[in-house]
Design a protein around this ligand. Structure first.
Ligand SMILES: [Zn+2]
Length: 271
């Protein structure tokens, strides 16, 4: 049974995922960092026509949010991404009965500030004292070796000796496989979680604005390092989730951030 520990969608999702195999459940808690309502995103979209914008996103305005996810799958408890530096994810964990000191595993989809920033408190300390941090090798190489990004270098220094680099295809921790979804960043990773018969995809930033990027998956955003590859990765993961009927959890999908999708021609719909 996939259990979504959050708000209004619990009942509807539980109906869809109703099952008696409770022992092999995946339990996901969505954690909200920020929500901005009616954000004008017209300057962020690449490849959207005026007609598409007015059809799917009137006035180019939408709600934009930053989420992270806490997942219990089998024996593992995993935090996927961490929100912003000194931000709200720590409070959200506490609110959901989880002490940040008890977080042992953090898997990062990529190294943008709204995903790794929460590793660091407002006082520049490690926010998760007992955590092991996992990042894909190409993501690490791009930000730390090629760009030498100081914010990231300083954040990861706080976790020296507790950093693990993985290849795409690896089972990063038991039951969690790293999937290549590069484009948004050069090492952007999605994670396929399996526990018993249950599956869930954590898809990071394969979509930022689902209002337009589901019906028109060729629309990219200015945050994409390689928009063409980001489009390919989006279609790949949406095709996969649609064919296999696996729910997806994305860090910029409206809370609780977990949806099912279906392919319809060259477009996708939220179920
Ligand atoms: Zn992001």
């Amino acid at each position: 049974m996939l259990i979504v520990k959050n708000l209004v969608l619990i009942l509807s999702l539980l109906c869809v995922f109703s099952s008696s195999a409770f022992a092999n459940s995946i339990e996901i808690t969505s954690l909200t960092e920020t929500v901005v309502k009616d954000r004008d995103v017209s300057s962020l979209l690449i490849g959207a026509t005026e007609a598409q914008i007015s059809e799917f996103m009137p006035n180019a305005k939408t709600q934009h949010q930053i989420l992270a996810f806490f997942v219990k799958a089998g024996e593992n408890e995993i935090l996927f991404d961490t929100g912003l530096k000194g931000g709200n994810i720590m409070n959200e964990l506490v609110k959901n009965g989880k002490n940040p000191d008890d977080i042992k595993i953090i898997l990062l989809t990529h190294l943008h500030p709204d995903h790794f920033g929460g590793l660091v408190t407002g006082e520049n300390k490690a926010a998760f004292k007992n955590a092991e941090i996992y990042i894909s090798k190409p993501e690490y190489k791009y930000w730390l070796e090629d760009l030498k990004d100081e914010n990231i270098i300083n954040a990861l220094k706080l976790y020296e000796g507790h950093l693990h680099l993985f290849d795409f295809g690896d089972e990063v921790v038991e039951g969690v496989k790293a999937i290549d979804t590069i484009g948004h960043t050069p090492g952007h990773t999605s994670f396929l979680i399996q526990s018993g018969n249950e599956k869930l995809l954590i898809v990071g930033d394969i979509m930022h604005f689902i209002d337009i990027q589901l019906p028109v998956p060729d629309v990219a955003v200015r945050y994409d390092v390689d928009p063409e590859k980001a489009i390919q990765s989006r279609k790949f993961i949406l095709d996969y989730a649609s064919q296999k009927e696996i729910p997806i959890a994305g860090m910029h999908i409206k809370a609780p951030g977990i949806i099912r999708v279906k392919k319809s021609g060259s477009c996708y719909e939220k179920l």
